[in-house]
Structures are given as C-alpha cells and as structure tokens.
Design a protein around this ligand. Structure first.
Ligand code: SF4
Ligand code: SF4
Length: 373
C-alpha cells in the first residue's frame, strides 16, 4: 500500500481511502453488515488506514455501522474521517450536539479528519453566520478533532472564497479525468497546492461511470495494459497528482476492493504514454457528448419546474455510453413537470448558463428523442 505524508499535519494515511457511502445492501436497502465488514477487513488487512464516512450516508446508518465494524481494531491504527451535516444546523449549539452524536455512533472520543460537508455558496454563508468554524475549533482545542477541512460541491469562485478564508488542514474535492473543468476543477486543485492545503479526492471514477467505458475508449486502455481494469486508470490519474494524499473509493464488493488494492499496492503514477492515453479517451468522451452541460445548476430553478441539468445528463450519458434504453427509462421515470417537453420557452434560464448552452433548443432535441411516441 502506498502512504503519502501530509507534511503539514505530520501524518501519512493510506493513499487508498475507504469511502463508506456505498456499502453492499440487503434487498430492503439496509447495510449488509456481514459483507460490508468483510470489505473493510480485507482493505485494512492490506494496508488501508483511512476510513471516510458522514452523518447522512446510508440513511444515517453508516457511522454506527462503521463504529461497530472498527471496534475490534486499535483506534490509533486507523484515521477516521467524518463530516458535519451543515445543512441541518440552524443554531450554533447543534454543532457540538451533532459531533457528540457522531462520536457516540462511531465509538470513539475523537475524529482525525473532520469536514464541513458538501459546501456550496448557501451552506458557506450559513457556516459563517452561525459561527460553526469557531465551534469546531473549540472541539479541536479540547482534543476531540485533529484536523479540520471541508468537502466541496460548487463552482470555482466559491471554492476560492472558502479555501482562502482560513488556513485549512486539508480539503476534499471531486475530480476525475473527464471533469477537470467542472466544479473547482484542476484550477481548484492547483490553488490548494499553491496554498499548501493537502487534497483528498472523492468520486475519482465519476460515480462508477469511468469503471466501464464503451469499446472505442476501453480499447485505448486495454491496448496498453490488457490486464488492468478500466477503473484503475481513473484512480491512477488522480493519484498521479502529487498533492493528492488520499483517494476515496466507495467500495461495494470484493472485486472492487481487490482491484483497488492492486492499483494502490506498489503504486505507479501514470507515465507520459499512459497520460496520452487518458487524454485520448477524454477526447473521445467529450466528442460523444450532445452538449457541454456540466450540471452546475446555475440555470435552475426553472419557473415551470423543468429539471434542465437532469434532462441533459440523461441525453449526454445515453450518447456517451450508447445506451438509449437506459436513457429512455431514466427519462420516462422523470416526473412529467420535470421533462424537457414541459419547457414553456420563457427564456429565463439561458442567460444564466456559463457554458452558453442553447437550453431551449437542446431541450426540444431531448424531448424529440425521448418522446417519439
Ligand atoms: S426556457 Fe424552458 S427550461 Fe428555461 S426557464 Fe423557461 S421554461 Fe424553464
Ligand atoms: S444548462 Fe448550463 S447552467 Fe444549466 S446546469 Fe447545464 S451548464 Fe449549468
């Protein structure tokens, strides 16, 4: 297992982190504890020391399960990361109350990496208004938290504002090789590096989308390493960035665990030839997109209720993965009010789109494609 030192914090967790939001589940959607424990045990036995959970994962049951599953290990042998559900907080005193509940569930009296969860502009304003940072700092003074950071889901200017607000111990961002310009993008990674803030990566495989690619793209990777999985390329891409200290993977089965362990044991960053292959695959991926919607949500809300990014995501995904059937069933599952065909062409959305997408025109195309009948 590769371990990277976070110089600033003087700790060296495993480069592969176990994300606890996609445990295997039973038919009634509860965590399959036996299977999930086996995944954690196998990962820990092979050197994983960074375990990342959060208050809302698995309908708020992830933390308590993780607490039970890790109780047999020595607390000092692993790093525990969890997150404050900032959107649920309406009074400053709730910060401590949530933290204590989390510690109780996790069967610990301290958290190594404590994050303000999924920050965006609105949540950030609320954090400042309710002085949540000051509350979390108090917990650190009491030695209940070791390191303070945040995870992020918004656009670059907000990222810059948050990152430069204080001297953060670390930050957690979403990054993968096809989305280097989405959300904070690589520009945000560079800013964190410049400011000496260590980076933890989430969704390196784009929610599983980069674990299985259409033949044309898969061939590029298999032509170089026939024995390596397609997913391993996505992990190696982000882990090749020097200031990335942990790469999270929400592992759901033993095959993923074993494949990831292979990737991160005796880890090798991408070489020039491999990097060119990633660029080639990205080019094909982008050329298949129907439009450049990044899902940023700036065009929302639509006064008539159309889910603009949702429609474009279905359209783009079905084109990239050549899977019209899946696209059709996803479109059919949308509430009628949210469908592209509900657009009243009022024009409110178009001027808000940073990608200058002709939203009305494109929604017509989506509607024509999926509502042939
Ligand atoms: S143009 Fe259509 S999608 Fe855009 S805001 Fe108006 S109704 Fe909604
Ligand atoms: S249509 Fe434009 S504004 Fe709306 S989500 Fe997509 S990229 Fe963002």
């Amino acid at each position: 297992m590769e371990y990277r030192k976070l110089e600033k914090l003087n700790v060296a967790p495993s480069l592969l982190g176990f994300g606890c939001m996609r445990f295997p589940v039973t038919p009634d959607q509860q965590i399959d504890e036996e299977k999930a424990k086996a995944l954690l045990d196998q990962s820990i036995a092979n050197g994983v020391t960074y375990i990342d959970t959060a208050y809302p994962y698995h309908e708020k049951k992830s933390e308590a399960f993780v607490g039970r599953a890790l109780s047999k290990y020595k607390r000092a042998d692993y790093f525990l990361a969890t997150k404050l559900p900032v959107w649920m907080i309406t009074e400053t005193s709730q910060v401590r109350a949530y933290f204590e509940e989390q510690c109780l569930n996790l069967q610990t009296d301290y958290i190594d990496f404590y994050l303000f969860h999924a920050l965006n502009k609105e949540r950030w304003e609320n954090i400042k208004k309710l002085k949540m940072i000051e509350e979390v700092e108090k917990l650190r003074e009491e030695k209940k938290i070791r390191f303070i950071g945040f995870s992020f889901h918004d656009e670059y200017p907000i990222f810059e504002e948050i990152l430069t607000y204080k001297d953060w111990d670390f930050c957690q961002i979403q990054l993968n090789y096809v989305d280097t310009n989405i959300q904070q993008g690589l520009k945000g990674y560079d800013l964190a590096t410049e400011r000496g803030v260590p980076v933890i990566i989430m969704e390196p495989v784009k929610g599983g989308a980069l674990a299985k690619l259409p033949d044309e793209m898969e061939k590029v990777f298999k032509g170089i390493h026939p024995e390596r999985s397609v997913a391993s390329w996505a992990f190696r891409y982000v882990a090749s960035l020097n200031n990335v200290k942990v790469v999270l993977s929400g592992m759901s089965d033993m095959q993923q665990v074993e494949d990831n362990l292979k990737t991160f044991t005796d880890f090798k960053p991408l070489n020039t030839k491999e990097m060119l292959a990633v660029e080639q695959v990205t080019k094909i991926y982008n050329s298949r997109q129907m439009n450049g919607c990044t899902g940023c949500n700036y065009c929302m809300p639509c006064p008539y209720g159309v889910d603009i990014p949702g429609n474009f995501a279905i359209w783009n995904r079905s084109a990239i993965y050549e899977d019209m059937n899946k696209g059709q069933s996803k479109y059919d599952a949308l509430d009628d009010k949210k469908k592209a065909s509900a657009c009243q062409t009022c024009g409110v959305c178009e001027s808000k789109c940073p990608q200058s997408i002709t939203i009305i025109e494109d929604l017509k195309k989506v509607s024509k494609l999926f509502e042939k009948k």
